[in-house]
Design a protein around this ligand. Structure first.
Ligand code: IMP
Ligand code: MG
Length: 178
């Protein structure tokens, strides 16, 4: 069974993504020159962005993973998140760059950043996110390394899913039926 992309409109193509990644990698390499960085990849969505971005960076770099999901704003107002896998202890005291696919309401990242700041005494704490939806944002987050601001459409591909599918699509697309 082959997949086709007929149900998607391309929003950001592969070349645009790679161009932006080169830009962000350059910025990170300048900001942290002569230092080591720790990429904390937020699974599952951050997987593809993280793997491309880290390969474009010419610094000593470690990578680790945390699997987080948000309760959803409608059911829980506390902004809590569920940790499906914990924050790795090894991040303590390091120059941490949290790598996310998208900042939407900001609930997930706000909770994660607060926990890291409170419990892991980072030397530096920065955020890299491929996408940001300003119109849906509730918790303002400083995104130090941002790929693209997008309008309020549900997007998939390049790590982002719809019901766990489409993560392997190589571009950012909009579901036509959504
Ligand atoms: P937030 O906590 O509301 O900022 O939402 C963050 C998470 O919701 C992201 O890490 C994504 O996993 C998911 N998400 C938000 N918008 C989209 C979208 O347009 N497509 C796919 N996933 C999304
Ligand atoms: Mg995510």
């Amino acid at each position: 069974m082959n997949i086709n992309y007929n149900d998607l409109d391309v929003m950001i193509d592969e070349d645009q993504i790679q161009e932006k990644i080169a830009e962000l990698a350059h910025k990170i390499s300048i900001d942290f020159h002569n230092e080591e960085v720790y990429f904390l990849c937020v699974l599952k969505g951050g997987l593809i962005f993280c793997s491309d971005l880290m390969r474009a960076i010419k610094l000593p770099l470690e990578v680790g993973f945390v699997s987080v999901s948000s309760y959803g704003d409608k059911t829980v107002s506390s902004g809590e998140v569920i940790y499906k896998s914990p924050i790795p202890e090894e991040i303590k005291g390091k120059n941490i760059i949290v790598v996310e696919d998208i900042v939407d309401s900001g609930t997930t990242l706000r909770a994660l950043l607060t926990k890291i700041r409170d419990e892991y005494s980072p030397r530096a704490l920065k955020v890299a996110s491929l996408l940001f939806k300003p119109s849906r944002n509730i918790h303002p987050i400083d995104i130090h390394y941002l790929g693209f601001k997008i309008e309020d459409k549900f997007v998939v591909g390049y790590g982002l899913d719809y019901a766990q599918k489409y993560r392997n699509v190589p571009f950012i697309g909009v579901l036509k039926k959504y």
